[in-house]
Design a protein around this ligand. Sequence first.
Ligand code: TEU
Ligand code: CA
Length: 533
Amino acid sequence: MLCEKYRDFTRWTIYQIYPRSFMDSNGDGIGDLRGIINKLDYIQDLGANAVWLCPCFSSPNDDNGYDVSDYTDIMEEFGTMADMDELISELHGRGMKLILDLVPNHTSTAHRWFQESRKGRDNPYSDFYCWFDEKPNDWESAFGGSAWEFDEMRGQYYLHSFAVSQADLNWDNPAVIKAMQDVIDFWVDKGADGFRIDVVDSISKDYSNNNRGKFGPHLHEYIRAMFGRENVSHIYTVGESNIHDIDELVRHCKADRGELSSVFIFEHMDCGRSDKFTPKQDSLKSLRDILIYWQDQAEKNDILYTLFTDNHDQPAMISRIGNDRELRYESATEIAAMLYLLKGVPFIYQGQEIGQAAAHYDDISCFDDVECLGAYRKLRRTLSEAETLEKVNFGSRDNARHPMPWDGSENHGFTTGTPWLLHHSRAGEINVEADLVSERSVYRFYQKLLKLRRENEAFLDGGLEVISRPEDSFIVYTRSLGDEKWAVVCNFEEGQEIKLPFECEAPALANCGRQTADGLYAPYECAAAKVIK
Ligand code: TEU
Ligand code: CA
């Protein structure tokens, strides 16, 4: 049984915004806070009651905000602190929550702390970063090349697990912990209801392992230092972490640990794979099996699970395992039905609700992502331009970061200027306006799905029974609470009809407009129906 606090979090539906690409209000081609304020109706109408903003703090934008230069100020391009205050009060006025993206592992080298730190070994910031006379190991940065950079001014090497301009903080220094506690308190006092914590697995380093020091010896102590404090005990936290085993998950987010409320499990994503630029054979079946495995583990251990398939680092799931052409609507709705009727906290990445497909660019000059540009240079040494572009197109994070297409006009209602990143080549076909008037609207399906989930406790807190077997190319599961029982069906394949082993009412949710209760589910159909007996 989930504890009371976690049960409440299952009532949150979190809409993830990549602010740079969501909505531009002033024509500079870059999304901003005012743009988000202007689109809150759209988010609320969908059925989301919380938003997670990717970093919106001051930053030189080498990694689009994940290189913070001031944690308590707003990125100039996104607006002002007054805009943020307004966004918070607009959200709270609607009964919605705000989740901020906290980046505790590293700062931009433009941050004042780093600028002071590099000056010498005896100032208050000297030990804020991971400085060494000699490289203690040969770690590689996640974005390619050595993770160690020699700084002429200081005369030492510093660690950067990501870009050269993202210096890792030294959490073994109590002053760093205090500084990050102050950042958290600043935002909680302002009204933040929670945080997504970037690469939280990396804050305590073990310099002797070859996993870029992840899961170091003081990890749990440091997480508790952030979130185990009374004044923040009410907030929701979700850690980004490369956890693969259940015991580690339990140590992170069992309620009595005073650490995190939840963690993103990435096993169904390409995240953390050594070669993310080579497509992997995923399918709806493999997604199903991984989801069910973790759902089951979470249930047995009273863990609050996170329900997500898309984010700003990954190609759209419908492009990876579905068919984003002929079966785009079916893929989008089947994945949603299978996922969001499980137990946990739903996360929806901007554009997912209109069946957004991964983007594709024809020329390397169209890309922006620091990671993929590094990969391009490396791959290009051994591959042809065409082969390299194909890989970059598959793995680039830009294919989830293109501007949100609001309509079919030239700049798709995102900006009156020139967008910072090219629109998706299919934005004329896949956009909000077109989706909303379509008979096969993904948005409307999401709306119904989220409403169903909200209005029936069985989906929030009910037990799960999986009826389909691993060899089936469909999923059937039930969620039940007391006398109430719901069946969820997703048929993954052409040429097969599914008959349920029990009788149901006409589906309350279906992706094919069916109203009848003949109990037969057609190819690519997904539905949720109340079980009669
Ligand atoms: O990503 C961290 C992470 O685990 C990487 O493996 C990430 O998946 C990377 O994009 C590999 O493709 C987080 C953020 O989500 C990402 O946007 C940031 O660039 C990164 O941290 C550094 O802050
Ligand atoms: Ca703007």
